[in-house]
Design a protein around this ligand. Sequence first.
Ligand code: M6R
Length: 609
Amino acid sequence: MCGIVGYIGEKQALKILIDGLKKLEYRGYDSAGVAVYNGAGIDIKKTKGRLKDLEEKLEGQEVLGTIGIGHTRWATHGAPSDQNAHPHPNSNQTITIVHNGIIENYLEIKEELINKGYKFSSETDTEVIVHLIDSYYNNDPVDAVIKAMDKLEGSYALGVLFKDHPDQLIAARKDSPLVVGLGKGENFIASDIPAILQYTRDVYLLEDEEIVILTKDDVKILNKEKEEINREIFKVTWDVAAAEKGGYEHFMIKEIFEQPKVVKDTLMPRLPENQNKVVLDNIKLSKKELENINKIYIIGCGTAYYAGLIGKYLLERIARIPVVAEVASEFRYRDPVLDDKTLMIVLSQSGETADTLAALRLAKKAGSRVLGIVNVVGSSIAREADDVLYTWAGPEIAVASTKAYSAQLACMYLLTTHIALEMGKITEDRFKELREELYKLPEKVDVVLKQSEKIKKLAEDYINSKNVFCVGRGLDYMVSMEGSLKLKEVAYVHSEPYAAGELKHGPIALIEDVSLVIGILTQESLYEKTISNLKEIKARGGKVLAITLEGNTEIEKTADEVIYIPETPWIFTSLLANIPQQLFAYYMATALGHDVDKPRNLAKSVTVE
Ligand code: M6R
């Protein structure tokens, strides 16, 4: 949550900080601020609101200096306000910090500091860090930061400026992401790579409990014992353009339209035509290894969890392995049965979601094997998992996840077909048939996207819907969960996903003539049953928008509107059926005038628990 940046070099820091924060605003946008050393002291400018509010505040002001830090906030402790905005200084403004994370023992530390005479001017947990550093400071910045780290419980990525050491920028991390960008005569810190990508492709990925000393010509990474660590440079291979809007009005719609490529990039390298198997990168999941596994957990949050539910359904039905899928924030607190025969599959776009990372650590501690399905290369989950299957979706900037979900489903299709083949649950001929179908998926995604104008019109026609139910049976029910989440997130429309057969057990009482029900019908064996449920809606005045396979024209007798997706075997329909839901939510949100890329109250990377 929150994004931090830092710069030290020969250029004016302010513009670089603001440009970096623009790329990080997806992480939080309640308030923003910068601090620059101006030769005499540390100049802090901050405000409640978005980065554009900070830019307005900065108009006509000179903030000069070649070292600085910046922050964009997603409020946790203390409401969004000027006072609570970062950077936070110590009392005499000689030390200033930006922080991403949560300090769990801040109240206890705050009390101790107050007893020592420290005065607090914000309600944030962050402010304790700067006073704590101050309390340990004896002209040695690194020493003071390490001592503070020893005392802090929780998560942090920190950028720290010391007035007495204006040629150094200090950074540290624990359980919150932080990268160091390496330039010529300049160096950077940032919560995420896009913030510094226009300046450098050479990056150090920091590990937990590391401290970094940046000068304009040098970067030193230390552990808490002050021993220097040699870190390999990570070369960023993707393009700056991948993190830009490229002519689209919003990142969300750009990312929706990138899906044919994303699905292709995720599937094709793993499905070589000349080998009758799935090539799962270097992941060892042979028959022998699979036989050693007695249970599988699939863990994730939000959209990633919904992709995991589809994985569970497929692995059980096709590979015939029992799987439990669960949200990370529940899983980790229920003392789950984990041992060395457990395989945990964790799904995460960012690879930094705090609950998912904690679930992974729990599993590893119990000796279980963890396979990460992750989008951000080099993220914490990617680094800590035993194996990683990357979703090659490229940077996903919009807060609402779209292309990452499709890539996660593609990975689930790969895993299912691989495991089913290894375990002899499908024949080689069946595998080849399924592979042929997977080859066709990217093109079929394109066919669905071609209906965007029609879906836009539908979204505008139904803009006044008050309660939207998203329903389906089997895999369609799981897809409807994702559709419902998108409507809530970006259109702020109250929406509930339901197993179609469950409506009559209570929720149907809510159906009236302003209700819209999005019914998904891609599972042939369940068509008739779902159609009956949709008829029950119609009989009570609700409107029905159906998403179904080409050829299923029977539904036209029941539904008010029908969106067709190309014919596809039931196993792989979820990816296609979801795309009209993404477009519908996007167009409804834009018609309502919402900021779809930065929906209210949300942040892209949820690094708090
Ligand atoms: O980065 P992750 O995939 O771990 O994020 C998990 C959820 O926070 C995320 O999917 C969230 O639900 C999105 N905003 C959904 O659009």
